[in-house]
Every structure is written in C-alpha cells, then in structure tokens.
Design a protein around this ligand. Structure first.
Ligand code: GLY
Length: 538
C-alpha cells in the first residue's frame, strides 16, 4: 500500500494536528451551567454541525431530526470524515418503545471480488475503493421512521453552509494540508454549490435521487470512469438494515450499543464485563487485547459470516479473560489467531432532548476524504470503505494490519466496522449518556474510556473527553498512549508503551443532568456542542 503513510500520519489526518481550539462556535449558544433549563443538546465534531442540530431543535425537531441535521452539516464543513458519499449507523432510544439500530453502512458492489484486489486493485483510491454509498438513502430512512420535522427544515443549515460558505476550521485546514487535492471541493468563497444542490435534492425528494436519480448517476459515472464496478443496480438493490442493538448490564445501568457488522459493541460490552472499578490499567489493557483479538478472528457481516456474539459475551468467557491477567503481558499468539482488522476516519454525533429521545449516530467515508474521488455534479466525496474489508488476506490495510477471513470481500456484504454508537440507561431505565467516536479501532477504546470516566469516576463530559487516552488493538503489540497516561506499571508488566504525540480519536458525549443536559465535543478535533433552551422533562 504505497499510498498509505505510517499510522501516526493517518491518525493525525483522522483527527487533528493543530493546537486544540474550538472551530467556529455556535453564534447563538445556550450553555449548560445549571441555571438555564436546557431542552436538548447536540455534540458533533464541529461547532457549526452541532449548531445545525440545535437550530433544528429550536425549530421544533426532536433529537433524531437534530442528529440528521448535524450529520448533513458535518458533510459540508468536515468532508474528510463523513458525508453523503459514505454510510453509517444510528442507535435511537425513543421515549417509548424499543431501542433500535438502523444500519446504512456501505456494501460491496456486485462486481467487487477478492481476485481484483489480489491483482492489485486499490482499496483506498480510485473507483475500486468505493463501496455502495448509502448515507443519503439511510438518513432519509432514519427521518421516515422517527423524525417529525420536514426534511427541508432539517437540511436548511447544511444548505446554507454549502451555498453561503463558512470559515475553514482548524480540523479542515489540517485535513486539506494533508490532502491538497481536496481543495477542489471549495470555491474561493469556501462555498460548495454543487453539494448545495444535492442537499436541496435530499430535502425535496429524500433518498430517491441517491438511489436512482441524477445523484446516483453521478456516483456511478465517477466510479466507473475511475475503474470501479458500481452500477445503478447496486444502488437500487441497497437495503437499510434495522437491527436489534446489543444490551449489557453494567452495575445497575444498561449499556445499549452497536451489534455486528460493527465490532465496537461486542468489544465495549466485553470490556464492561471484564473491567471493574478496582481493575488495574495493566489488566484493562489485557482485557482490551483479548477483545481486539476476538474482533480480528470473529468480526464480519452477520449475513455472510457466523459472528458468535453470545459466546464472546458469555460469563465463562468473561471469567476466563479476568483470570488470564497475570503480572506480565503475553505475546500476540496468546490472545488468538494472528490476524487484525482495522479502519479509520469518521464522525460521531450524540443528541438528546427533553422529550426523552437519545440518539447516537456515527457516519464515515472511511479514511480521510475517502477515495478522494469527488462526484462532480453533486460535489460529494466518495468513500473508500472497501478498505474495511480484508481485501488481501495476510496483507496489511490502511493501519498496517492484517484482517480475518470472516471479513473477506463478498458482493452485497458490509465491511467490518469499529463504529460504536452507544446509549447508557440509568437504573430507572432512562437514557443517561449518549456517546461514540471516530478514529477507526481507536473508537472502541476511546468510547470505553470516556464512558467509564463519566459514569464510574464521576467526571463531567468535558473532563472525560479531554483526559489523556491509551489504545491497544492486539496487533501491533503495543500500547499507544497520549501524554499523561500513567505508563510505569504497564512497562513493568512488559507492555511496549509508545507515546503518541498526535491525538487519535474524537468522542462526542451528551449526558442527562438535573436541569437539562451536559455535552462535550472532543477538543482533539476542535468541536463544540450546542444546546437549545427550554423546559426539560427531567
Ligand atoms: N470506517 C470506519 C469504521 O467503520 O469503523
């Protein structure tokens, strides 16, 4: 993969390399300080995207409408991480009724084969990297099921940003510095008029233009001109999948999270089951190595592969992982077969409202600016989600890692994901915390650490997302640690600890609190949350 730099460079592009400074704050902010009742909160990874969500709350939308608005706006202001050329997952906990996931992740086109990649097709650039774009179709379906505000109101802030322009934030500036070819997305006024037309089409017609209309044709023409196989039939056949979320008890609380084809929810519940308040950092890292080795061996699309979720979360498995932690760490073979999957990029939005909706929405174009292909009529950046498959068994992907056979390329299959949209219910069964993150496999460890920090250590969302984090993904066999993580005991237990200068994940959190909601957007990506004032039911 000669077009991929070392892990640190990719991570730098995935999140941010400039000093922490919020991008473009909401011009009309309400801040939660315990004095003004806060009726809703949206935490995206860009202040203007959070503000788009808060605007829709103020216009009478619920948290679902707000999260969609934030996702559409993010695709305008942070196109390196997400947009209408990608796909995602949303976890919705309604005020009444069952929690549900809608999976609008991209799938492999009918013409995609392992053979093509074995013969040298790229999984990160050109048309062969592009999986069936599903975000326009998916967000429409999310709206159809749970939204209550017209699509035109939801899309309005994104249309405005695309048509009127916006200040280049620190994250976008850093992303463009690493990918100068992507400056083509913006005119001299930092506007994106073609994308504005596509957003207006979404507002007027929902997902249809993305499935069979002019935008679908734009996707197909662009991919085929660049050597890929995407067809209108692939888009016509695309199905959004409703899924039952995973649920796990965590003390008196319940963690509701993402099932396969993400590996994130299983790993998060494994960590919640194996790590307690008294667990040492060494044993927490050991549990993470087991969870990530399981991810590598078993992760895949449940429609095509047997993903043994129940055994991975069984009490006997949890007890074995807990008992396995000794005074010293082990070599990778101890934890499982020698394969490791991976991915990166992405955006997470958390939203909650006083009516009781809790929404965790994670979307992605995979690596920064996806395939770097831009569909010219719609101005949409096309994903490189094919790299989340094991496109070449035994050969490293974007993170220099090797993926498992369960996750091989199959037409119509969804590639293994790490995205971990999560809602935690309190002991009374009410949504207490909504969170998730970006950063490929770092999503899993980052979401876990922030969840634990807020709910177990009692930190505020700001404190929790701002705290230094560590990561282990089993292979490479190293703990990556930000400055400030206490690493002495880890070194003493034999871990290879590598300090990471660049941040590597970004988590967004909304927490229910007396008088409203607290929220935080990760300073690593310069985000800021936004709020709407008003009576709160809590
Ligand atoms: N492409 C990032 C993920 O799905 O995990």
């Amino acid at each position: 993969m000669s077009d991929r730099g070392p892990v640190a460079v990719l991570l730098c592009v995935a999140v941010a390399c400039a000093p922490h400074k919020p991008d473009d704050r909401d011009p009309n902010p309400v801040r939660f300080d315990g004095t003004v009742p806060v009726a809703g909160a949206v935490a995206a990874d860009h202040a203007l995207a959070s503000a788009a969500g808060a605007e829709v709350l103020r216009a009478g939308g619920n948290a679902v409408d707000a999260a969609i608005a934030a996702a559409l706006a993010s695709g305008v202001v942070n196109p390196s991480g997400s947009g209408l050329g990608g796909g995602g997952f949303v976890l919705v906990v309604p005020p009444r009724g069952e929690a549900m996931v809608l999976d609008f992740r991209e799938v492999a086109p009918a013409g995609a084969t392992m053979q093509a990649f074995a013969e040298g097709a790229s999984s990160t650039r050109t048309g062969t990297a592009v999986a069936v774009p599903a975000e326009g179709i998916g967000l429409d379906e999310v709206h159809r099921r749970w939204g209550r505000t017209p699509r035109a109101v939801i899309a309005a802030p994104a249309v405005r940003l695309a048509e009127e322009g916006f200040p280049t934030g620190a994250h976008l500036a850093a992303s463009l510095e690493a990918a100068p070819d992507m400056r083509v997305l913006f005119d001299t006024g930092n506007r994106r008029p073609a994308l504005g037309r596509a957003l207006r089409a979404w507002a007027e017609h929902g997902g249809e233009p993305f499935r069979s209309g002019w935008i679908a044709q734009d996707f197909v023409d662009t991919v085929q001109r660049n050597g890929g196989t995407l067809t209108l039939a692939d888009l016509a056949a695309y199905a959004v999948e409703p899924r039952t979320p995973l649920r796990g008890a965590w003390g008196a609380r319940t963690v509701i999270t993402m099932p396969p084809p993400s590996s994130g929810g299983v790993a998060l519940l494994q960590l919640a089951a194996t790590v307690g308040p008294d667990t040492s950092l060494h044993c927490e890292v050991e549990a993470t190595k087991h969870a990530m080795a399981d991810r590598a061996a078993w992760g895949g699309d449940p429609r095509f592969a047997n993903v043994p979720v129940a055994s991975l979360l069984a009490p006997s498995r949890v007890a074995a992982v807990v008992a396995d932690c000794g005074s010293h760490t082990f070599a990778p073979d101890h934890y499982g077969a020698r394969v490791t999957p991976d991915d990166h990029g992405t955006l997470h939005i958390s939203a909650m409202d006083a009516e009781g909706w809790a929404v965790a929405l994670t979307t992605t174009v995979n690596t920064s600016f996806g395939s770097h292909l831009v569909a010219p009529q719609s101005g949409i950046v096309l994903n490189d989600e094919m790299d989340d498959f094991a496109t070449r068994l035994g050969t490293p992907n974007a993170f220099g890692l090797v993926q498992g056979d369960q996750n091989r390329v199959r037409p119509g299959a969804r590639p293994l994901s790490s995205m971990t949209p999560t809602v935690v219910l309190d002991a009374a069964g009410r949504p207490e915390l909504t969170l998730g993150g970006s950063g490929g496999p770092f999503i899993i460890t980052a979401t876990w650490q922030v969840m634990r920090s807020v709910l177990e250590a009692g930190k505020t969302p700001d404190e929790a997302v701002g705290a230094p984090r560590w990561h282990h993904q089993w292979q490479p066999d190293a703990v990556l640690a930000e400055a400030g993580v206490p690493t002495e005991a880890l070194r003493a237990a034999g871990h290879d600890v590598r300090l990471v200068e660049r941040p590597f994940s970004a988590v967004q959190v909304v927490q229910a609190a007396a008088g409203g909601f607290r929220a935080a957007s990760d300073p690593r990506k310069h985000g800021a949350p936004a709020f709407s004032a008003g009576p709160t039911a809590r």
